[in-house]
Design a protein around this ligand. Structure first.
Ligand SMILES: NC(=O)c1ccc[n+]([C@@H]2O[C@H](COP(=O)([O-])OP(=O)(O)OC[C@H]3O[C@@H](n4cnc5c(N)ncnc54)[C@H](O)[C@@H]3O)[C@@H](O)[C@H]2O)c1
Length: 591
């Protein structure tokens, strides 16, 4: 018989516990919150107050509802207060010994029918359940941060969980307006199982000074449309919590990509715990605040004086080249683009005109500005017409020999002092640079597709690129209203190096039958607020393109965990390349 869960005990009122109390009480459930001592109770209450006040301010909660909410909550430091609850959820720190001890205590205190739940992100629910005499009534109930906002709740079953217990807990999550997904007991479950290797990698990238914290975060926000950058997410999660989660994941997976980046341990030891302590990767106004204050580590400083850029040359006639021509022309640059035939010149001009016309129709561009932009663009089939360009950017096929030959031509044709750029997403920029006798003038400008829409440009400097060339590209990005991030010349730069191993992990999770593509996509969207789930994204990017990037990353870093998933290789072999062929991870013809 289904039990109605009307009273819930929450143990631990930290980052997660306080949010969970709020969401339960908002959902009409009576809540008994417990902390270690009176001071900790006060801190928990303060967290709930801040969060509900913000909800009232934003019109998401009325003042009456807020009062009713407090009427359902009782907080204290006596654990026996949860004795009569229908379900008790612990949200104490992510340490196995603490949680084992807590479960043993709760088992003694609570009646035999009480469901015991853990909010653990990575510990084995099975291991916790056997610390009690009721392992069939122990589940994982994994909320996401911030609990009142994120819709996902992973309901974790062990091999002995009673089905009706699972049903009742799923029903509770639904009553709270959450989107529950049932998952088996594996470290990290679905969402963290995919996200923590990525977060860890971002921390390592920062630690080795590959890019600044601002650039790493901006790259993922502007390059992938993520709501937050990875280092800001780690600060939100809590550095100590993230460290413990990774430790546990490594313990189970033995995957070195889960071995916590050393910097996380240093930060946790030094008390730099993220938002909750007022300082983590970033510094915050006060402990618990989300407002970042600038500090000594902030920002990128670009040395060198920018060269003057008026005339720009673009080589190529594909999607990227056409988009980049538009970006430059709309920002007031004179643009000469080079295509291989008159037909291709016509196709680029046609696509550009249609794109600008659409913006006029939508009221985003005036007719005068459209005409002016088109007036600045000249198409040609002769590379020699780039002789006067101040900046030349190539966006031709992703093949090294083709690009190298082009850079040899640039070297002969372009005037001294011209900046020579490649928009390659995976080839070494230095190979292009060394095809010229002026490698100091060569730089990577990695745009994202569609170029007129995506704000990010990765500025790739090689070991030979001069400071003023980097400064010039920054100035061009500022004028074209792009967000420039600096990175070194290695496979994947920032975005693809962080994104594709995560996508590959999703394929491996699917291949292992741990969760379905729908469950994984839902977990990532509702648990982390990503605009698309990994399988939606893979199908849009193209499975062949994704596999090619994964191969380049694997060849460069030789990271065993980055070897492309077999399932991805098979789908590509079968010609299931994603949306463009009507079938990838999903079948689009059916819809
Ligand atoms: N932070 C996140 O983003 C996140 C997301 C989902 C799940 N989790 C999981 O939730 C759990 C809690 O994490 P957190 O980030 O809220 O940690 P936290 O450090 O913010 O809070 C833990 C709280 O537990 C209290 N506590 C410790 N021992 C206790 C005891 N014996 N009795 C009562 N209270 C006790 C502490 O005083 C502290 O306030 C962990 O298992 C974590 O992995 C965290």
């Amino acid at each position: 018989m289904a039990r109605d869960i009307t009273t819930v005990g929450v143990v631990g009122l930290g980052t997660m516990g306080a949010g969970i109390v709020e969401i339960l009480a908002r959902g009409g459930v009576r809540v008994i919150g417990v902390e270690v001592d009176d001071a900790a109770v006060e801190r928990g209450l303060a967290r709930i107050r801040t969060s509900t006040a913000r909800a009232v301010e934003r019109g998401k909660l009325t003042e009456d509802e807020q009062t009713e909410l407090y009427g359902r909550v009782s907080l204290g430091s006596d654990l026996t207060a949860v004795a009569d609850a229908d379900l008790v959820l612990e949200a104490i720190p992510e340490q196995l010994d603490l949680k084992l001890d807590m479960f043993a205590q709760l088992d003694k205190i609570c009646g035999p029918d009480t469901i015991l739940a853990t909010n653990t992100s990575s510990l084995s629910v099975t291991e916790l359940s056997v610390a009690t005499g009721r392992s069939a009534r122990v589940v994982g109930l994994h909320f996401f941060n911030p609990a009142p906002v994120m819709k996902l709740v992973e309901v974790v079953r062990t091999v002995v969980t009673e089905p009706d217990v699972l049903e009742d807990v799923v029903a509770l999550a639904e009553k709270l307006g959450k989107a529950p997904v049932v998952a088996g007991d594996r470290a990290g479950f679905i969402a963290n199982g995919l996200l923590f290797a990525y977060l860890n990698h971002a921390a390592a990238m920062f630690e080795e000074k590959y890019a600044t914290r601002e650039d790493i975060d901006a790259a993922m926000r502007f390059g992938c449309g993520l709501p937050m950058g990875p280092l800001a997410v780690l600060d939100l999660v809590g550095i100590d919590t993230a460290y413990n989660i990774l430790q546990q994941m490594y313990r189970q997976s033995r995957d070195r990509l889960h071995a916590p980046a050393p910097i996380l341990k240093q930060m946790a030891t030094a008390g730099l715990l993220g938002r909750k302590s007022g300082r983590g990767f970033y510094r915050y106004e006060a402990p618990g605040s989300s407002a970042v204050v600038s500090d000594a580590a902030a920002g990128t400083t670009v040395a060198g004086t920018p060269r003057e850029i008026n005339a720009v040359g673009v080589v190529g006639s594909g999607t990227m080249a056409t988009g980049i021509v538009e970006v430059f022309a709309k920002s007031g640059y004179q643009v000469t683009f080079v295509a291989r035939s008159d037909a291709k010149v016509g196709a680029v001009t046609g696509a550009l005109t249609r794109s600008l016309d659409k913006q006029v129709q939508r009221g985003r561009l005036s007719e005068e500005d459209r005409d002016a932009a088109l007036g600045r663009v000249t198409g040609t089939t002769r590379l020699e017409d780039l002789a006067d360009a101040d900046l030349v950017l190539e966006a031709v096929v992703e093949e090294l020999s083709v690009k190298q030959a082009l850079f040899e031509n640039f070297d002969e044709i372009c005037k001294p002092g011209a900046v020579l750029a490649t928009t390659t997403s995976s080839l070494p920029v230095i190979e292009c640079a060394m095809a010229t006798k002026r490698p100091e003038d060569v730089v990577g400008m990695h745009f994202f597709n569609p170029a007129p829409v995506m704000k990010l440009v990765e500025v790739v400097r090689t070991v030979t690129t001069s400071d003023d060339v980097v400064a010039t590209v920054h100035e061009v990005c500022r004028r074209t209203r792009k967000h420039a991030v600096d990175c070194g010349d290695r496979a994947g730069f920032i975005v693809n190096a962080l994104l594709f191993p995560y996508l590959n992990d999703a394929v491996k999770m699917l291949q292992a039958n741990y969760a379905s593509a729908d469950e994984i996509d839902t977990a990532i969207k509702t648990g982390a607020g990503y605009p698309m789930g990994p399988f939606e994204l893979l199908d849009v990017v193209g499975l062949d393109v994704s596999l090619a990037i994964e191969r380049v990353l694997y060849a460069e870093f030789r990271e065993p965990g980055w070897a492309p998933a077999t399932l991805l290789e098979h789908l590509v072999t079968a010609g299931y390349l994603g949306r463009k062929t009507g079938r990838g991870f999903r079948d689009y013809a059916k819809k």
